[in-house]
Design a binder for this molecule. Structure first.
Ligand code: 4NP
Length: 154
């Protein structure tokens, strides 16, 4: 399979999309797939920052290290680089389309989430409020997405 490049996008690139990047890299590694995987935010608010503490912690609990990732803003040139662009919610999908991205999927279109937005842990009051569900949703959707890429239906 030729090298597929996938970009995951949320708002700040510190909570949801770094989790998606880390989990997707882990699944690809396990399956020995040579995907190129990155993430970015539609805002520049957290450029250069590490992922949020709760995302680092939940990833670590699942043996995924996202602590070395750093936030960056989406660039127009990303359009020419990535084969698949996957937004964490409808607002960011819309923003990407406004920027001229054409091949934008919603992560919640995969598995059985019926197009739901990935809930944003940035607005959770406590670690236990639901980040485990966020992790599960991202992992299940990614497993389905990657299977579809592998069997050529995406
Ligand atoms: P993310 O979460 O888009 O999943 O990285 C957010 C991070 C920061 C902000 C909002 C959402 N913020 O308002 O700064």
């Amino acid at each position: 399979m030729s090298q597929i490049k996938i970009l995951f996008v949320c708002l700040g690139n510190i909570c949801r999309s770094p989790l998606a990047e880390g989990i997707a890299k882990e699944i690809s590694k396990t399956k020995n797939l040579k995907f190129e995987i990155d993430s970015a935010g539609t805002s520049s608010w957290h450029e250069g920052e590490v992922p949020c503490a709760d995302s680092i912690k939940i990833a670590h609990m699942h043996h995924v290290d996202i602590s070395k990732l750093r936030a960056r803003q989406v660039k127009r040139t990303d359009k020419n680089i990535f084969d698949l662009v996957v937004a964490m919610d409808a607002d960011n999908k819309k923003k990407l389309e406004t920027l001229g991205f054409r091949n934008v999927y919603l992560l919640g279109e995969f598995a059985d989430y019926l197009g739901a937005d990935v809930p944003d842990p940035y607005f959770f009051d406590t670690f236990d409020e639901g980040i485990e569900n966020v992790y599960t949703m991202i992992e299940r959707c990614l497993t389905d997405l990657i299977e579809k890429v592998e069997n050529g239906t995406l």
